[in-house]
Design a protein around this ligand. Structure first.
Ligand SMILES: [Fe+2]
Length: 304
């Protein structure tokens, strides 16, 4: 069934959801799946036509501590239908990047959903949205990591559990975020099981969405079924300025210049650091170490 995007996609929030939005992890209801855009047939057709450069296939291997190693591959020559079968069978994880531009039917739905979130949370003004459609196996996991932008995770199919940790120095060291901004490391972070005591845990079923404070680390374990989720990164002026400040701090720290704790850096000072980051980025002082992550296999087995 196709739902007109002018219908309500995000039911009204409670006072607690409104209060906690971006200050603490929250879950909320959504109706994105009613568009039919996440059914098998629609997904298989999308996989067939999706631009190869925006199509990631990952395989994860885990040790006893839950630490992951990841192999990244490309689609090979498999038709979308077969890729879907591969995902349902194994520990394969497919990510289609920039769906807000390249999944025609979904783009207006994402924008409508965010307009409705802004209606529930007045003052929330995203200036940039970037969507990734994630298709994953019943037993797939996403390792402990933090994202540079803000994130809303809309869950559509299957069941997954998410652990969301405080964005404090213990779980998300400031130097780690500086390294992420300077692209000196991927978004994976040091993790041990002991950290779980501080996490808030949510079981996401179809029709639920989760969001959390900027830079809060999180990890995910699928619980059952073929999982389909839409992760939408957002930037507001506030997140851009904070991220720019981390970038500038990372450069200054490397030059031996003292850097203040971000949670004690008021917005005017962050804005000055962000302005400095624009010039520093133009100067290109730091080499991007993750631009060419090796793609080590193809799903149809041509290359291993
Ligand atoms: Fe994430």
């Amino acid at each position: 069934m196709t739902t007109n995007v002018t219908d309500r996609l995000i039911p009204a929030w409670s006072a607690e959801q409104k209060r906690d939005f971006r200050k603490a992890p929250i879950v909320f209801a959504h109706r994105l799946a009613e568009t039919g855009l996440f059914d098998d047939e629609a997904l298989a057709a999308l996989l067939d036509r999706y631009p190869a450069e925006l199509y990631d296939i990952n395989l994860f291997d885990y040790d006893d501590e839950g630490r992951a190693s990841m192999r990244t591959g490309v689609r090979g020559r498999l038709p979308g239908e077969k890729v879907l079968e591969g995902i349902k069978d194994g520990r394969v994880w497919v990510q289609l990047r920039r769906v807000e531009q390249h999944y025609e039917g979904l783009a207006p739905v994402i924008h409508a959903a965010f307009r409705e979130i802004s209606r529930e949370a007045p003052g929330f003004r995203p200036v940039q949205l970037n969507g990734q459609l994630i298709l994953s196996a019943p037993q797939a996991k996403v390792p402990f990591h933090a994202d540079a932008p803000g994130v809303c995770l809309f869950h559509m199919r299957g069941r997954k559990r998410i652990w969301i940790y405080p964005a404090d120095e213990v779980h998300m060291p400031q130097t780690g975020m500086e390294d992420i901004m300077l692209k000196q490391q991927t978004e994976d972070l040091p993790y041990n099981r002991g950290m779980d005591a501080a996490a808030q845990v949510f079981d996401l079923t179809p029709g639920m969405a989760a969001t959390w404070p900027l830079h809060a680390p999180h990890r995910i374990e699928n619980q059952e079924g073929f999982n389909v989720s839409l992760s939408v990164d957002y930037q507001t002026w506030g997140t851009r300025i904070t991220n720019g400040a981390h970038y500038a701090n990372g450069i200054f720290r490397r030059k031996g210049i003292p850097v203040a704790a971000m949670d004690r850096t008021p917005m005017p000072a962050r804005t000055a650091l962000w302005a400095a980051s624009l010039a520093l980025k133009r100067a290109g002082l730091v080499e991007d170490k993750i631009a060419n992550l090796d793609r080590s296999f193809e799903l149809d087995g041509v290359k291993t």
